[in-house]
Write a protein that binds this ligand. Sequence first.
Ligand SMILES: C[S@@+](CC[C@H](N)C(=O)[O-])C[C@H]1O[C@@H](n2cnc3c(N)ncnc32)[C@H](O)[C@@H]1O
Length: 262
Amino acid sequence: MATTPQLRAGEDYKKIFDGKVYADTLFNQIEVEGFTFTEFRLKTLHNIFSKGTIKGKFLLEIGSGPCIHTVIPAAKWFDEIIMTDYSPSNRDMQEKWLKKDAGAHNWDMYFKYYSKLDGNEDNWQQLEAALRPKIKRVLSCDVHLPNPLDPIKLEQVDVICTSACLESACPDKDSYHIAMKNVVSLLKPGGKLILIGILNCTHYTVGSERFQCVSLTRDDVISTVKMNDLKIIEIFDDDSSLDMDAAPFNGSVIILAEKTST
Ligand SMILES: C[S@@+](CC[C@H](N)C(=O)[O-])C[C@H]1O[C@@H](n2cnc3c(N)ncnc32)[C@H](O)[C@@H]1O
């Protein structure tokens, strides 16, 4: 009889999460017929950043995983981009990409996709060259801490981007609310949050390990944003779903919001 794999969470991200396998599984293709999820993310982020109104000194990426695709279109608008993750394996993947290490994930197709959206397909290597020096730090982060970057005390940042992190880090909706509050504490008043949320997802699989998620509806995400002193500027929806055991989910949402309090 088949047994259901143990659901991993919390400290398991430190011990067994394999950032290389995660990147190889989910980030080796962009255009998949009938599945718009990845293209939706890239097109929406390009749309948000290409206007040139979301900019500043610091962009903080919370729970980046081994990924850099969320910050490619942001590079020219910030003095410094800071990548963060709870898992050492993911931070190691970030460092490998920065050092052009042989074990780094290959993000070329993402640079090519964004440069095509820019209308300048031949420019992709310049996009890549522009991003590396902007990522000056890869920090440890735990969204369950009041200061997720503890022991580092960073001045409040202009923009925070976070993708599929809070729903993966949290066992339930109450902890999701508190984790968002902790993350938003790192944002300056008037600063912007770009939240990429995966909907109706209970778990996802990395290699042979299955990681738990809190299952959220679109309304759950929107109401949690509003309860955390954020004014919603724009909501982008995608109805892509996947019913494979690798990552069963149904829909995703990207919210651009502004912090209204201190
Ligand atoms: C589904 S992955 C998302 C990775 C990437 N942002 C993306 O869009 O593909 C979830 C991420 O949340 C991170 N994570 C899990 N628990 C965390 C915590 N307590 N604090 C910060 N990040 C955490 C994991 O290490 C992992 O990188």
